[in-house]
Design a protein around this ligand. Structure first.
Ligand SMILES: Nc1nc2c(c(=O)[nH]1)N[C@H]1C(S)=C(S)[C@@H](COP(=O)(O)OP(=O)(O)OC[C@H]3O[C@@H](n4cnc5c(=O)[nH]c(N)nc54)[C@H](O)[C@@H]3O)O[C@H]1N2
Ligand SMILES: Nc1nc2c(c(=O)[nH]1)N[C@H]1C(S)=C(S)[C@@H](COP(=O)(O)OP(=O)(O)OC[C@H]3O[C@@H](n4cnc5c(=O)[nH]c(N)nc54)[C@H](O)[C@@H]3O)O[C@H]1N2
Ligand code: SF4
Ligand SMILES: [Mo]
Length: 732
């Protein structure tokens, strides 16, 4: 199994290169290249930029051959990519030639959701939007306009909407993704994990992956560091109900019963504490409430955990001891997509505490202290004082939420409470696929007076908009400067490589023009983004001209571990690592994590799990023809015994029906031993039902449509989605 998976993994990377090369030969002539005028330039041109096929923002170099887009590679000076893009980034040029792209602004001509439009000019679109926004502002106040945005491209629109007077700005990266993890770590260490993760995977000697399917989850630096750790013979422990690509590299694979990870974590800690295998010095110096914690977990023996998790008590003991042998370079990966079962902040806290026992926070091979290139912002006028608090978390219903909750904004839009939301502005987030329970999203949209979607393709959420604004793709535009908190300080620039083929415009232009139309032109004292970028770069002794050539510059060297001089400080109320959390106790939550048994599937049903494929990003790349060539549809992974019981054949198409009677598109069956019999698995992002998305329409099934049920994390409002059950519908 090991070698098969490894070969498959290699095949994927090999494939990418071939496919990208093949496409370069047929890449279309760049129309409207007036502005950049690269067509005239013969030979090869290299233009540095950064990738946007996902939010990792890898530094890249785009190549033009005789003025035509040829290929894109990693920028060797970039610490995130180290000169190598992931398969999605390599296939990113397919976003340019995607025949399904939006071409001009659209205004809806029939009722919402009917996907019937007329093409309009940008001027007409802005007139329409500004008139409605001003009307909403007069009647309900500016905060009745909510902004949803994912990624750096949203920065300028955020500025316009802040200037307009709303603070109701949210992204699915919190309540649908990493929120519980970040809150769990903040409660424990006083600091979040953040993005890119502060995990020192390459130096870890023992790496524990709970879910976290690195290798399928392709966040570039993480995957490269994982490969380095494997090469350096780090001990890999993988906990997953599915034998993932990462599991194929593991010394210990624990096929856990879904939803029971907290039981395993408690049992691991029980062994480590009772056998005194933890970093005693570290815990004594930096720990708070260790005695109470130790007393609490003394009940959770491996024998107690066995019937819950299905993991042999001896295997629990062995793996706990192995972890301890490598401490402090033992990294229990905190995960990223952690909105699983509803008690996710507490599970993340258990992961944080296990790391605390290993002494890995602040240590080499554990969690580093990120450093960030610092560059002054642009001196804009102050935003108007908000008249009302944010809408998403009234009365701190979710007391530990540290960012805005998308689904809280959705709730307010449905109920009109604490106050009405009358407009959604949506930038680069396909809310129909990102938020659980499509019906609630539609219900909210039906209450709006204005919905604007800025996208590059006719996504499902664009299908519900009143106005659709077509954006230039990342290879056609400037964006804001980018500096991520990471192991070293760096600053990157995105710049246009080619012109947009039709009437698409970059986000900065859209944001500025809209502001001007709204009478907020004073918030844009610069004429165009080149002036803005040059102004900021001059503040650090650089210029736009120079930056465009380099693409990436580096900052000062800074310490990132306690060993290198970082002072161990913890921004918790006690100033220490909180093994016992008084603030949780005060708020009525468990001060030490407890295990809650998840609801089980009814007989004949299976828990629906989902994840990533190496060649696609969420629901945004399925119409990219290069990536589509590598994976055109998703499959449903079904355990062999289950398949036999249901008489399923490999590669046959079935439909899935969930506990609420929702039936999916047809999906291909993949019969495998690599998954437990109590769950099934599919890759997220397929099963598109937007008619204008011709290339991807109807291919594979959508997990999002089957996720009608979700459980909300009471600590921070995250929406857990691994709580849906499906069965098979045969007559496909
Ligand atoms: N190629 C690609 N890479 C991506 C992305 C992408 O779209 N495409 N998206 C990026 C983003 S934003 C994120 S958040 C990450 C998401 O990637 P991860 O953070 O790795 O997401 P997970 O939900 O942990 O991964 C799903 C895995 O968890 C397992 N799993 C499901 N339920 C359980 C359970 O109860 N217990 C345990 N132990 N395991 C379980 C599944 O079998 C599957 O292998 O990926 C990032 N990387
Ligand atoms: N069912 C289900 N729901 C999930 C997840 C899951 O696995 N399953 N994963 C969760 C996670 S971890 C996350 S982080 C979120 C991700 O949620 P989203 O960020 O909403 O991810 P996408 O569905 O890819 O939507 C991105 C949208 O941006 C558009 N887009 C792409 N490039 C550009 C651009 O340059 N400009 C503009 N204006 N638009 C662009 C795409 O066409 C697409 O419509 O979803 C969460 N929700
Ligand atoms: S991880 Fe891949 S898709 Fe994401 S920015 Fe990097 S190269 Fe692009
Ligand atoms: Mo995510």
């Amino acid at each position: 199994m090991n070698s098969i998976s490894r070969r498959k993994f290699l095949k994927i990377s090999g494939f990418t290169v071939g496919a990208a090369a093949a496409v370069s030969a047929i890449s279309p002539v760049i129309k409207g290249a007036k502005k950049i005028n690269k067509e005239k330039i013969k030979g090869i041109q290299k233009i540095p930029t950064y990738c946007d096929i996902c939010f990792w923002k890898c530094g890249a170099i785009a190549y033009l051959k005789d003025g035509k887009l040829w290929k894109i590679e990693g920028h060797p000076e970039d610490p995130l990519s180290k000169g190598r893009l992931c398969p999605r980034g390599t296939g990113g040029i397919g976003a340019y030639s995607d025949p399904d792209r939006l071409r001009s602004p659209l205004i809806r001509t029939r009722e919402r959701g009917k996907e019937e439009w007329k093409e309009v000019t940008w001027g007409e679109a802005f007139d329409y939007i500004a008139e409605k926004m001003n009307k909403i502002k007069a009647q309900y106040g500016p905060e009745a306009v909510a902004f949803f945005a994912h990624g750096i491209g949203g920065n300028f629109l955020k500025h316009t909407l802040n200037a307009f007077g709303t603070q109701n700005i949210s992204a699915p990266s919190f309540a649908q993704c990493r929120g519980p993890r970040d809150v769990g770590f903040e409660l424990t260490f006083g600091d979040a994990i953040g993005s890119p993760e502060r995990t020192d995977i390459e130096n870890s000697k023992c790496l524990v992956l709970i879910g976290s399917h690195l290798g399928e989850n392709m966040h570039n630096s993480q995957v490269q560091e994982f490969a380095t750790a494997v090469q350096k013979d780090a001990t890999i422990i993988v906990v997953d109900p599915r034998f993932s690509v990462a599991a194929s590299k593991a010394k210990y694979y624990l096929p856990i019963k879904p939803g029971t990870d907290t039981a395993l974590l408690l049992a691991w800690m029980n062994v480590i504490v009772s056998e005194k295998l933890y970093d005693v010095d570290y815990v004594t110096k930096f720990g708070f409430g260790f005695e109470q914690f130790a007393a609490e977990i003394s009940q959770y023996t491996p024998e107690w955990a066995y019937p819950e998790t299905g993991i042999d008590p001896e295997l629990i003991r062995t793996t706990a001891r192995v972890m301890s042998q490598h401490k402090p370079a033992t990294l229990i990966h905190p995960g990223r997509h952690t909105t699983w079962y509803g008690d996710d902040t507490q599970r993340s806290r258990a992961i944080a505490l296990l790391n605390a026992l290993m002494g890995s926070w602040g240590r080499k091979g554990g969690f580093f202290f990120p450093t960030k290139f610092s560059i002054p912002g642009y001196p804009y006028p102050a935003y108007p004082e908000p008249a009302k608090p944010k809408v998403d978390n009234p009365n701190k219903k979710y007391p530990f939420a540290s960012e805005e909750i998308t689904t809280g904004v959705r709730d307010a839009t449905i109920t009109g409470k604490p106050y009405p939301i009358k407009s959604w502005f949506v930038y680069a987030t396909n809310l129909m696929n990102a938020l659980p329970n499509e019906e609630e999203t539609i219900k909210a949209i039906q209450n709006l007076d204005l919905m604007v979607v800025v996208d590059v393709i006719p996504s499902e959420i664009a299908g519900w908009a009143d106005v659709v604004l077509p954006e230039s793709i990342y290879l056609e535009r400037y964006d804001d400067l980018h500096s991520s908190p990471f192991k070293e300080q760096f600053l990157g620039i995105r710049q246009p490589v080619v012109d947009s083929p039709n009437d698409q415009k970059p986000n900065w232009w859209i944001a500025k023009k809209l502001a001007e139309k709204l009478g907020l032109g004073n918030y844009y004292p610069w004429n165009d983004i080149e002036e803005y970028l040059d102004f900021r770069l001059k503040k650090i002794g650089m210029s736009l001209e120079e930056m465009k050539k380099k693409g990436i510059i580096h900052g000062n060297k800074a310490p990132i571990y306690f060993e290198e001089g970082i002072v161990p400080e913890f921004a918790t109320p006690s100033g220490k690592i909180e093994f016992y959390s008084p603030q949780l106790a005060e708020a009525g939550f468990d001060p030490v994590p407890k295990y809650k048994r998840p609801e089980q599937p009814p007989s004949g049903y299976f828990r629906l799990l989902f994840g990533r494929a190496p060649v696609h990003s969420f629901s945004r790349t399925q119409s990219n023809r290069i990536l589509m060539d590598m994976m055109e549809e998703n499959e449903i992974w079904v355990n062999e015994d289950v398949a036999n019981r249901f008489g399923l054949k490999n590669a046959q198409h079935v439909r899935l029906k969930n506990q609420d009677g929702v039936v999916s598109n047809k999906i291909k069956v993949k019969i495998t031993e690599r998954i437990r019999p109590d769950c099934v698995y599919m890759v997220h992002g397929f099963g598109h039902n937007s008619k204008m998305l011709k290339g991807a329409f109807g291919k594979g099934a959508s997990d999002a449509q089957l996720i009608t049920k979700y459980k909300t994390d009471p600590l921070m409002g995250g929406t857990a989605m691994n709580v849906n059950f499906v069965t098979f519908e045969m007559e496909a």
